[in-house]
Design a protein around this ligand. Structure first.
Ligand SMILES: *[C@@H]1O[C@H](CO)[C@@H](O)[C@H](O)[C@H]1NC(C)=O
Ligand SMILES: *[C@@H]1O[C@H](CO)[C@@H](O)[C@H](O)[C@H]1NC(C)=O
Length: 436
C-alpha cells in the first residue's frame, strides 16, 4: 500500500506531462481522486495481498455482483430504455450487490478517434444499431426513463452517469473490455477471438484500454479493469490459430494490455483471464512453461505493479454438472489453486474472481451447478459476477429487444425474474461471500 501511494505522484505527473490526463475538476495535478479515494469509499486504490483484495483500511474486499453489458451494438449499458440508471443500481443494491462488471466494446473508442476525438451521441448510436425507426423510438424511451440526458448526450456520458450512480451507492466497478466490435459475444468464428483476429486489432485494443483507463480516472467507483473477455481459438483464421493461439503469445499481448491500463491509470487492479473462454490459467498459477516457449510468468514483467495489482478471473458454464465435488475439483485445478498458498503446486498466489457464470433463472437456479458454485464461492470467500444484470437487451445477435432468460430481471427490468432465486440463492450467496 505504501509503495503504491508513493508511486502515485509519479504516475500522475507522467500522465500530465504526456497530456493524457482526463479533464478533472481539481486544479492541482496531484489532487486527483485517487488521493481522495483513500479515506472515503471506495478506500482505494485497492491492492492485492496474497489471495485477497484489500482496501486502504486493510479490509478485504470481496466483489459480489453481476455483469452489466454495454458491449452490444448500441454500446451503452443495457436496460435504459426501460428503467433509469438510478432504478437499476438501487435494485441491485437492495439485494446486497457491491460490484458490477461493466462491459464495453473497443469499437466505441475507435469511433471516438475516427470522429476527431468526440464520441457519437446516444441518439446516433441507437439509430446505427437498430435502424432509423426503431432507433429513434428506443432513444425517445431512453430519454423518457432517463431525463438527466438529452439529445446531445454521448455514449461515454452514459457510462459516466452509471459510474457516478455506482459511486453514490458504493458499488465497485470492474470495467471489462468484452469485444472489439460492438456485438454479442462469443464464439470462435466471430473474428474477435484472439489477438490479430479479423476484427481484433491489437493496437486498437491497447489504445482503447488506455483510453478507458484514463477516462476512468474520474470515476470514483472504478477499482479494477479486465483486459479482454473470453480469449478463444480463432477457428475462422487457421493460420493465426496455428501460429499464435498459445500461452507464449497470450503472455506477450496480455503484458501489453496490462501496461496500457496501468500506464494510463495506476490506481486500478488489472484482471488477467485465461484461455479457451477463460476457463484455465494453469501456467500462471503453477509456474509452468508458457508454451510453446519455455518462459515463465513473472510478476517482475509487470513493472511497478506486478507485485500488488494483478488479479485472475475465470468463467464457468458447466451447467450440466451432476457432481459438485467434480465441479469444485475442476475449478481448483484450473485456477482456484491460486487462492491456496499452502498447496505445493501453487507457484503464484492471486485473488481469483468468477467473473461469469449463469443459468436460466426460472428453471435452473437450484441446479447442482448453481448451488455448487455458490457453495464453492462461499468456501473460498471469492469474488463473483453472475451473468447477467439484464432482462432484455436492446439487440442481441440481430434480434431487437431480445428476451434474456438468464437475466436476474424480467423483460422490462422492473422486477426479479425469479424471486425464489433472489431470496434463496442470490442473497445468501452475497452474504456468505461478502460477510460470512
Ligand atoms: C492486514 O490484515 C491482515 C489480516 O487480514 C493482517 O495479517 C495484516 O497484519 C494487516 N496488515 C496491516 C498493515 O495492518
Ligand atoms: C423494430 O421493433 C419492433 C418492435 O417494436 C420489432 O417487431 C421489429 O422487428 C424491429 N425491427 C427490426 C428491424 O428489428
Amino acid at each position: 500500500m505504501f509503495i503504491s501511494l508513493l508511486r502515485y505522484p509519479l504516475g500522475c505527473l507522467l500522465a500530465v506531462s504526456l497530456g493524457v490526463l482526463a479533464p478533472l475538476s481539481q486544479a492541482s495535478p496531484l489532487g486527483t481522486h485517487e488521493y481522495r479515494q483513500a479515506d472515503a469509499w471506495p478506500f482505494g486504490p485497492l491492492v492485492t495481498s496474497g489471495r485477497d483484495i484489500k482496501d486502504t483500511r486493510n479490509q478485504t474486499v470481496v466483489y459480489a455482483g453481476a455483469n452489466w453489458p454495454g458491449h452490444g451494438e448500441v454500446m451503452i449499458p443495457d436496460g435504459l430504455t426501460y428503467q433509469s440508471i438510478e432504478t437499476v443500481v438501487t435494485k441491485m443494491k437492495s439485494v446486497g450487490v457491491n460490484a458490477v462488471r461493466l462491459t464495453y466494446a473497443i469499437q466505441m473508442i475507435d469511433e471516438i478517434y475516427d470522429n476527431g476525438g468526440d464520441d457519437i451521441t446516444v441518439r446516433a448510436a441507437f439509430i446505427q444499431a437498430l435502424g432509423e425507426a426503431n432507433g429513434t423510438a428506443r432513444f425517445a424511451e431512453f430519454l423518457q426513463k432517463n431525463p438527466i440526458f438529452d439529445e446531445s448526450t454521448t455514449r461515454l456520458q452514459v457510462y459516466d452517469a452509471v459510474a457516478e450512480e455506482c459511486a453514490k451507492q458504493e458499488i465497485y466497478i470492474n470495467l471489462d473490455n468484452h469485444m472489439s466490435q460492438g456485438a454479442w459475444c462469443c464464439n470462435t468464428r466471430d473474428g474477435n477471438s484472439w489477438f490479430g483476429d479479423t476484427y481484433f486489432n491489437v493496437d486498437s485494443w491497447t489504445r482503447g484500454l488506455a483510453y478507458m483507463a484514463d477516462h476512468g480516472r474520474s470515476w470514483r467507483a472504478l477499482t479494477s479493469m479486465s483486459l479482454r473477455n473470453e480469449l478463444r481459438r480463432p477457428d475462422n483464421n487457421p493460420q493465426l490459430n496455428e501460429e499464435s493461439y498459445h500461452w507464449q503469445d497470450w503472455y506477450k499481448y496480455v503484458r501489453q494490455g496490462a501496461d496500457a491500463v496501468n500506464g494510463a491509470n495506476p490506481g486500478v487492479l488489472v484482471v488477467l483471464s485465461g484461455l479457451d473462454f477463460d476457463t484455465w490459467l494453469n501456467p500462471v498459477v503453477e509456474g509452468t512453461a508458457l508454451e510453446p516457449g519455455s518462459g515463465l510468468f513473472d510478476r517482475a514483467d509487470f513493472a511497478g505493479y506486478g507485485a500488488d495489482k494483478l488479479v485472475l478471473e475465470l468463467h464457468n458454464y458447466a451447467n450440466n454438472a451432476a457432481n459438485c465435488d467434480g465441479l469444485k475439483r475442476d475449478l481448483y485445478a484450473k485456477g482456484y489453486r491460486a487462492l491456496h498458498p499452502e498447496d505445493p503446486k501453487t507457484a503464484e498466489v492471486f485473488p481469483v474472481l468468477l467473473t461469469e457464470f449463469g443459468f436460466a433463472q426460472a428453471t435452473a437456479w437450484d441446479s447442482v451447478y448453481a448451488t455448487c458454485l455458490a457453495e464453492m464461492l462461499a468456501e473460498e470467500r471469492a469474488g463473483w459476477f453472475i451473468w447477467v444484470l439484464a432482462g432484455s437487451y436492446y439487440i442481441r445477435s440481430g434480434i431487437q429487444d431480445y428476451e434474456e432468460t438468464w437475466g436476474l430481471l424480467n423483460h422490462d427490468w422492473s422486477d426479479w425474474r425469479s424471486p425464489d432465486y433472489i431470496e434463496q440463492g442470490f442473497m445468501p450467496l452475497v452474504r456468505d461471500t461478502v460477510s460470512p
